[in-house]
Every structure is written in structure tokens, then in C-alpha cells.
Design a binder for this molecule. Sequence first.
Ligand code: ARG
Ligand code: ZN
Length: 849
Amino acid sequence: MKDAANPTIYLKDYTPPSWLVEDVHLTFRLSPKATRVVSRVRFVPNAAVSDRSFFLEGEELSLIWARIDGQDVTPQVTGQGLTCDVPEGPFTWEAEVEISPATNTALEGLYMSNGMYSTQCEAQGFRKITYYPDRPDVMAPFTVRIESDLPVLLSNGNKGEAGDGFAEWHDPWPKPAYLFALVAGELVNLPGDFTTRSGNKVELNIWVRPGDEDKCDFALEALKKSMTWDEEVYGREYDLDIFNIVAVDDFNMGAMENKGLNIFNSSAVLANARTATDANFERIEAIIAHEYFHNWTGNRITCRDWFQLCLKEGLTVFRDAQFTADMRSEPVKRISDVLDLRGRQFREDGGPLAHPVRPESFQEINNFYTATVYEKGAEVIGMLKRLVGDDAYARALDLYFDRHDGQACTIEDWLKVFQDATGRDLSQFKRWYSQAGTPKVVMTEDWKGDQFSVTLKQVLPATPGQSDKKPQVIPFAIGLLDRTGQEVVPTTLLELVEEEQTFTFNGLQARPVASPLRGFSAPVILERETSKADQVFLLAHDTDPFNRWEAGRQLAKSALMEMIGNGAAPDADYLDALRQLVTDDTLDPAFRALCMGLPSEDDLAQSFADMGRTPDPQAIWDGREVMRAAMADVLSADLMPLYDRHLVRAPYRPDAEQSGKRSLTNALLSLITRRDGGAVAQGQFADAGNMTQQMGALSALLANDLGSLELASFAEQWAHERLVMDKWFMIQVAHARPDLAAQVADALTQRPDFAMTNPNRFRAVFGALAMNQAGFHHDSGAGYRLMADWLVKLDPVNPQTTARMCSAFQTWRRYDADRQGMIRDELLRISALKGLSRDTGEMVGRILG
Ligand code: ARG
Ligand code: ZN
């Protein structure tokens, strides 16, 4: 699509910067609608480049004056930036601009949120603060002076001078502008400290608004654990005297790794037992770790250009997943990550928004902070580690940090490090970065004499702009079990490099049962003919916990597909196997809770589409209800004893052990509530001393059309806690009956405490509506209409969040003609808007195809 105002940027067009920056001085005179920013930037010619043209990015800035080497100049200014005649050699650029943080609702650049100033510069927000070469391959040390009467004034790096109405900060580590941050406000801090293994004492702070002091302890502990872990596992130490974390209510994403001054969505940092669920605690621990780990993978070594985003994000997600596995349960973390990967990344990879882990073009880079770049990017690193082995991975990472510290790098640099450390040719592996789409692996088995052979064939689907693909190297972990459940071949890594290959295991006494793709060793869709008996067997006996769960999931899915597609009754063998597993107290309760989960509505819809059948959202919803009722029946005698045995009555701890028990009891509670009319759930709600049990009870009630009293008392209890009220908004839409979902969401948007300027609140309602598949896709079209109405309203206010929410429509082509027609109309209505943002314009354009 050609669009003059929103040009497409291509990776192949990359050129290095003409000018480099030696250092930067910034002075901020803060004022809500008229902040002045004075910059002094020392430019030096880039000796590696002959072109000397000079361009500074700048958007939504009023230029007050500009000087070069002290002389006034008059640059040519456009909406994108400015140019100016400049000397041939090094020079000093100075400029003053005015900006208006108070009216910046896009939450990009410098903005205000509940009276505090905050910034978000990644990817291209710094250009809304001042004129600058806003590209990640220009790195410089920053000195910042903030002038304001607000008591807390923060920026990157170490503290400089401070006094009445001002504070100075100096960051000695060269960094790109996207890592700049500034915070000012009436904040309070939870202080702490950490001594690095070489003996440097680091001051730590969690900064929050008054009233949130009681929700900081967990984040501080998570930070210390992350700092220790990165020293122990990756040999990475922190490198400044201070590390600040700030919680902000209005934030587009989860958090941001600005050097020495991480800024967090308050939902990703604030927690105590009463206000946050176990899942919130786990997410906070992971995000704190993620942002901290970026200090090395992202900040010390950054990206040459935004196409290389996965260089820092894939690696950092991979690192935070390793951390969570170490802190908690490795199999539970793996299963949760695969659920998330299939739910978000496979969905993206299978539709109009599919793109490679390293995209080759974009209009708006914010649209590429995706599950593909992040989560598939992390899977790619997991595969690399599996292929080269743990020791070689460690050597390659040491070399990476050694060779590239202080540089802005590419995926080529990353792979070269592995090639040099291991001698392995990674040219085929590199296709994982350039070919979009989820590979399908078709597996067939053969048994002859004492030989068991496995044939694997890879099928690489066409994706937008990519029709024919070359085979990728697929690490395929497999184990073989005998009929008693003993491993006859332990986990073995097969490397599928051709389109089709056969692997043979000799000397077996009897035909084994294969346990393929153990630990989900590659992000692929495995297709194989297998018997229900084998899956029941694996569910009971597999020694690989991931595959044990996977066997149960496949059984549940086949059973549901038969019920929904062919009117079958719930499968008795599946239910029986499930019952045995759930009642087995030798198994981790968290694992059992995961096994009780059913494939999502979206997952089932996609499976019908893959079979060439049009999914019926209402029938899928009904099928899952019938299955849940059958589960409650089969487990009827076990539910209460199990619940009583695992109910946590001890003082709350957010650790893996207690949270596993709570997820099991909450899963049981939703089945109990189906049978008892709500008595046990009402009791849990009334007694709950923590949010996990309170929410668990409320959702069990709502899922069974009960709980209106509890819903009202919840709102009363928590009216003053924004993050808790987000849950209240979300849960009603999530559990609304399909025919009522749009109505429930609509009513919530009319409340005085609904504010679309707060992305968390907007997502609570509309994220939940998109997840409520039968409600969103209800044949009245009310879900589509409501969503589009609000995207239209939000776009001029906050383009980034609007654009992300458009992905609710990305699966539209799998539905029937009526639904497709309704969705197309809504998408066309959005795309025809005058002044539509580049963000939303690009997303809607891609979805329409
Ligand atoms: N680098 C951040 C993280 O993953 C994400 C920031 C993205 N923000 C944005 N507006 N695109 O940790
Ligand atoms: Zn990140």
C-alpha cells in the first residue's frame, strides 16, 4: 500500500548515520503546558560515511531558537524534523523547544499522568522531546538538569548536583535516545540496596504515588533476585550507583528499561496480597527481571535499527523465562509459555498480521512490538541453545558481551558470535528470523523387526508477502517409552534440516510409544495420527511433564471438536484419565490445575478453520460448557475433598507452592459452583484475605450466572484502588454471556470511572471483550460495532493502544460470510476516518489485506 504521509521503511535501506554524538546536555524547565527543553549536543562527523547531510528528528515541537557553535541559525523545519547548514567538522548544536506534557494523551515523549511527569521514548518518542538524531545507532552519554518545584526529580545514570528546585543527573554509559527517561512528581519511595559481586553498593528505589507504599516490597525483592541471578547465570553486573523503578498509572505497555530509571505500568510493579493475584505477582517478578536484564541485553548492547528489535527483546524474554523457571517450576513455566505462544503468537502468525521475527518493513514501528518479535524471538533463542548445547551457549554469550559491549548490533552480529564460538554454520538457522508463519511438522511412524522409525516432514505456510519458503532447521526432541512407561530411548534431539527426513531407532524389543516434540522443542504445529489409547497412556506415564500435559490437552481438544463438530458426547476415556491425574496428590497442584484447563475458544475456532470448517463461536462456547459440566460430574465425589485438602489457610505467600495450591482450588471451585449453587464460592469470597481467592470465588460465581451481590460488594470495597477496579471491569466482560457481552461492556464504558485515557482501564473492558470470543463474535454484530466505535474514539487520543486493540479483528477471515461482512464494514469505517493515525491506519490496512 502506497501512502505518501506514512512511508514504508525498509531494512534493506539502512544507512549508517552521517553524524555521531559525543555528548548531550539537556535542561528541562517543567511546566504542564509549556515545558522548555534546552539541548546542547556535540556532533562529530562519522568517519565511516562520506555523506554529510544533517537531519534531526522532531515532532510536535515549537522551536524557540537554535545555534551552531554559539551562532544563531534558522533551520528548515517540517513536521518530521529539521535540516540546517552545518560545518564540515565537529560542532555544537544548541536549541530550545517548547512542549506540552499535560495535553500529551498519546503517552509517548514527555507526558503527565495523575500530576506526575513521565516519559516513554522507545521506539521513537524522544523526537517529541527535542530535535535529535532519534535512531538507536547514535549513542552518547547524557547529562540532564531538571528544574521544577516538584520534590522528586529523576533521570538516567548517577546523581549529580541537586538543590532547591533542581536536580542534575549524569549517565556515563553511551546510550541511544530511546533509553532516555525523566520523572518528576510528588512521589514516595521504598529504598533498598544491593552489593554487586565486585563490591559496588547500589542504591535501589521503588518510586510510587503516596498511598501505594504498601505495594512495593515484592518488586524490590524481585529486583534483588534478578540482580543476583544475572550475576550468577550470565556473569552480568550492574554498572551504576543507583537503580530507580517508577510506577506510572497511564502507560501503553508493560514497562520500559531506560538506563538506571525503569518506568513501569503500575500494574507491572504494584502488589500486595490483598490487591494482587498470584498471577499478578508472577508477572511482576518476570517484568522486573525482564527490564533489569535489558541493562545488558538492550542497553549496553543495543539494536542498530528497529528491524533488529528481536535482538534485545527475544533474548531478554528468553532470559526472563529462564529466571522464572529457576525461581518457580520449570515445567509449569514452560506449559504457561506455550499456552501463551499458541494463544497469541500462532494466532498472529496464521493471519494477515504475520511477519518475520525480524521484520523487513514497517510504517509504524510501535506496531511491531508483537508476540512474534518477543515470544517467537525467545523461542528462536531457545532452539539455538538446544542445537548448540548449554556450554556452547554460555561461551557464545560471553563472546557476545565481550565483543559487542557499547555497540548497536544486528542479528548477523548475534549469529556470528555463535558461529565463532561453536564453529557451526547457522545460515539455515537464520531462516527462523526471516521466514514468517508457524511451520507444521507432519510425523509418521513405522515399526519393523526391532526398528522404530519416525518420518518428519515440514510444511511452511505462505504468509503475507512470502509465498515460497526454504526448509528451516527444526530441533525435534523425542523420547520413546515402553508399555510399562519405562523410557527405552531417553530424550534425543533430532535435527530436521530437509523438507522430509526419516530417523531410525534400532534394537528395540517391542513397538514403543513415542513422546514427540518434548518440552515443545520448536515453535511448530505437530500433526500426527495417533490413537486415543496412546494419548491416554502418555497422559498417565510420560516422563516429560510438558508432554504429559500436552497429551491431556490433545485429548481434550479432540473430544471438544467431536462434541462441537459432530454432536458427540463428552469423551469418557478423557474424563477418566483427567480424574486420575487431578486426584493424584503426588503431582504438583499447579500442574494439575493446568491440566484442568480446556483449549480456548479461539484455539478451537482455529482448529475448525484448519480442517476447512467454518467455526461457530456459539457452538464452541456451548461445547466448552457441556465439557465443564461433564468434568464436574466425573469429579463430583472428589471435588470437595480435594478442595479442602489444598485450600491454603496459612498466611499468604506469593510463591510457587502456595500459588499452585490456590490455582488448583480455584479451578475446583468453578466446578463445585456448578453443582452447589454457589455456597462454597460465596464462603471463599467472604473469607478471602487475598485477591487470588477473592477473584477466584468471584469468577466461579459469575461463570455460573451468580455473584451479583459479590460484584457489588467488591466494587464498594475496592473503589479507591485503580488496579483492583480494572479487574472488576474485566471480569464482568470476560464472564458475560455471549448475547450480553457487548451490552455489559457498553454499560461499563458509561460509568464515571471508565476513562479511555487510561490504557489499563480501556484494555480491561475491550481486551476482555476481544477475549470473550462468543460475545465478540455474536451474530448480532454488537461486539464488532462497540469495538469499532471505541477504536474510532480512542485513535485521536492514543494511537498506540488503538492500533494494538485492532488485532481483535485479525482472525476475521475464518468466519462465515455474514460475520466477515460485518467486520469488513467496521474496518472500512475505521480506515476511512479523517486524520486516522499512522499506527491504526497500518494495522487496519494489513488486517484488510
Ligand atoms: N522495551 C520495552 C520492553 O519490552 C517495551 C517498550 C515498548 N514501548 C512501545 N511504545 N513500543 O521491555
Ligand atoms: Zn523488553
